[in-house]
Design a protein around this ligand. Structure first.
Ligand SMILES: [Zn+2]
Length: 344
């Protein structure tokens, strides 16, 4: 990539109100059948256009075709019964009714590959596609078959690898794995979480990202953040091993968070998607605020490895606010780009 400080988003963008209830996370679809299929593609076009107009360098589908960043993928797999639900504690934080793993899990057909091909046709810019990571997937299910978190994670890793290889063949430049669970289960992350992620990216030639955040700006997450004290050092637990892993890029929450920015030193050498936009507030960042976060990160990340990004997805925000934040991200990156002397 030639542009210095290429911008992107961590994931979801708001959906149009004719497709799903606005400002609602995991909102049900408003359309059915063919209308829904067409509606999702139209929404993808709109979301892409918003990113183009805001000057975002690495674009995505804005996750317009999925309801939930984990379950939509799982819905397409065999071995999971969505009628048979159990209540489990998600990321040690909140209870949710989740589907049950009742048999061997497998993928009989691609999940997002047609959508990725469609996105590829709409833009010449590099595209990034998000998939759930193995550890976050198992944390969103009740397992009545493998009865081992690790075993199920390895199964999902091999399924994700099949999907990732087909996304790469469809023209995706960067594949991202969302692993908010990496911020919670440190021992498992170090024992097998990172290893299963490496299994998921095995044989890929495109770039790979792991996104580790403190979650959407929903109440369960903001309440949890209040319990974390004045310094959030969760990243410190997993960074040393991630630094040695085969993952190319790491996507992090930085702006307005209590993550000590010097922790970035622990992943020196990796490309870093620095969260310079807070997704848990309706206040639109000033370009100068974005620039400040990037300048801080530049003390620990080499300029050619810094990718300005959002802290997490923006699905729960209004379209107007999300649009404002996209523009702020671009403008803030541009300020720092100029300071660094333009393009490389
Ligand atoms: Zn996130």
């Amino acid at each position: 990539m030639k542009t210095l400080l290429p911008t992107s988003t961590a994931g979801s963008l708001p959906k149009p109100s004719w497709l799903a209830e606005p400002e609602t996370l995991w909102s049900p679809w408003k359309l059915d059948d063919q209308e829904l299929a067409d509606g999702k593609r139209d929404a993808l076009r709109v979301s892409l256009q918003e990113q183009h107009l805001a000057g975002i360098d690495i674009v995505s589908d804005g996750e317009q075709t999925r309801q939930h960043f984990v379950t939509t993928f799982i819905e397409h797999l065999n071995g999971v019964d969505f009628e048979n639900r159990q209540t489990v504690r998600i990321r040690d934080r909140y209870d949710a009714s989740v589907p049950t793993v009742t048999g061997p899990v497998s993928r009989s057909k691609p999940v997002f590959v047609q959508d990725a091909k469609f996105l590829r046709q709409q833009t010449d810019k590099p595209i990034k596609w998000a998939l759930p990571g193995p550890m976050t997937m198992i944390d969103t299910l009740y397992d009545d078959h493998y009865k081992s978190r690790e075993k199920l994670a390895w199964e999902f890793a091999s399924i994700l690898n099949q999907e990732a290889k087909e996304l790469e063949a469809a023209g995706v430049d960067i594949i991202q794995f969302d692993e908010p669970a990496f911020n919670v289960f440190f021992e498992d992350v170090n024992n097998w979480g990172i290893a299963t992620l490496e299994r998921a990216i095995e044989g890929l030639k495109c770039e790979t990202v792991v996104h580790i955040c403190y979650g959407y700006g929903i109440k369960a997450n903001t309440d949890w953040k209040k319990t974390l004290g004045s310094e959030w050092r969760q990243y410190e637990e997993v960074f040393p091993k991630l630094q040695k892993s085969n993952i190319d890029m790491i996507s992090l929450e930085c702006h307005n968070s209590r993550v000590p920015i010097e922790l970035l030193e622990l992943i020196r050498g990796k490309k870093v998607l620095v969260g310079a936009i807070d997704v848990a507030t309706n206040a639109i960042e000033k370009p100068e605020e974005v620039a400040n976060t990037l300048r801080e990160a530049l003390k620990y990340v080499d300029a050619d490895k810094l990718y300005p990004c959002t802290n997490c997805g923006m699905a729960p925000l209004s379209r107007e606010i999300a649009r404002g934040k996209l523009h702020a991200l671009s403008a803030g990156a541009e300020i720092v780009r100029k300071e660094l002397g333009g393009n490389m």
